[in-house]
Design a protein around this ligand. Structure first.
Ligand SMILES: *Cc1c(COP(=O)(O)O)cnc(C)c1O
Length: 344
């Protein structure tokens, strides 16, 4: 693979801030299984960033974070309301159902945005109330969505009000949470607990870490037994300091948001460069670090022949994702190649 690729934000390496913190943590003998100074510092850094005395856990990846968080919010005979495009539905191999011992995902058709609305949630949650149907217990939203679209704070508040009204918990899949904060320019607290989110899965990996996501319970009572859940699922890191330390590095001086802003700007740069090209179109508004572009099939083939990697199974278009390391020259090269392949 020659040159930087944008098929996934997971193609990026480890950002300097995370790397430096890992190196700092790599000295001496330290208590294992999360009873160490780094885990405490990382948890405190997250509590400070979110302005809330939340309960924080560190796990290896997003699938585990989502699945275990959702499992703690519902019983096996209950259900989880999600968008049709939700990662938990399309990309977690049934892990949320598995870890919740069979709770059912109830998906709502969206227009490709992956966004739920209060009306759709209410309709789904109240459509059935008999014993034959798995009782809805939790709603999950992805911010930004799998197709790179943002919920406004008002939209999140409206959803949480509906959840409260219906007695449902609200979970947020924030695999790209920093991108959303950077894009909306708001405080993490305003997008989460102040807006009524009960549990956030806060992405570290796509934000620039090598491994790791934080599960943040704003309502501590919901975290009861979560440590055991993590251990049982193989998600309790023995050398926890190395899952925790990167958070200390990322949150120091708000660096995580600088990286996210950089990633978002790269997406905007590509979108702007593509704006004038005939025969292609942006399928979704570019609001975070994703660009979905509809390219004629022959042109897409030529783009692959030129060595570009991209997925087309999400959102039905060519997807380009940008991370902390996006090189402007490479973004421009991609735009030029797309233009050339379409014109050819
Ligand atoms: C990447 C991603 C995750 C986490 O995926 P893992 O591969 O399990 O780390 C979760 N939710 C969304 C929306 C994602 O894009």
């Amino acid at each position: 693979m020659s040159g930087q690729q944008f098929a996934s934000d997971n193609y990026a390496g480890i950002c300097p801030a995370a790397w430096a913190a890992m190196q700092e943590a790599n000295t001496g003998s330290v208590v294992a299984y999360g009873q160490d100074e780094w885990t405490l510092r990382a948890s405190d850094a997250l509590r400070a960033a979110f302005e809330h005395d939340a309960e924080v856990f560190f796990v290896f990846n997003g699938t585990a974070a989502n699945s275990l968080a959702l499992a703690s919010l519902c019983r096996s005979y209950e259900s989880i309301i999600a968008a049709d495009l939700a990662h938990i539905e399309t990309d977690e191999c049934g892990a949320p159902e598995f870890f919740s011992n069979g709770a059912k995902l109830l998906t709502i058709r969206t227009d490709g945005s992956g966004k739920l609305t209060p009306e759709a949630i209410r309709a789904m949650a109240t459509g059935r109330s008999d014993i034959h149907f798995p009782r809805p217990a939790v709603v999950t939203i992805t911010q930004p969505t799998e197709t790179g679209i943002l919920y406004s704070l008002d939209e999140i508040r409206a959803i949480s009000a509906t959840c409260r009204d219906l007695g449902l918990k609200l979970h947020m899949d924030g695999a790209r949470f920093a991108n959303a904060i950077a894009a909306l320019g708001c405080r993490p607290a305003d997008m989460t607990w102040r807006a009524g989110v009960d549990v956030l899965c806060c992405g570290g990996t796509k934000g620039g870490m090598g491994i790791g996501e934080a599960v943040i319970f704003f309502d501590r009572t919901l975290a009861e037994g979560f440590d055991y859940r993590c251990k049982q699922a193989g998600q309790l890191a023995s050398k926890m300091r190395f899952l925790a330390a990167p958070w200390v590095g990322m949150l120091r001086d708000g660096v995580w948001l600088d990286y996210a802003r950089h990633a978002n700007a790269a997406a905007t740069r590509l979108a702007q460069a593509l704006a004038g090209i005939p025969d292609i179109r942006l399928v979704f508004p570019v609001e975070a670090n994703a660009v979905f572009v509809s390219i004629p099939p022959q042109a897409a083939l030529r783009l692959r022949e030129r060595g570009w990697l991209f997925y087309e199974f999400i959102g039905g278009a060519a997807r380009f994702m940008f991370a902390w390391d996006a090189e402007e020259a490479r973004v421009d090269a991609l735009a030029r190649d797309i233009a050339a392949c379409v014109a050819q």
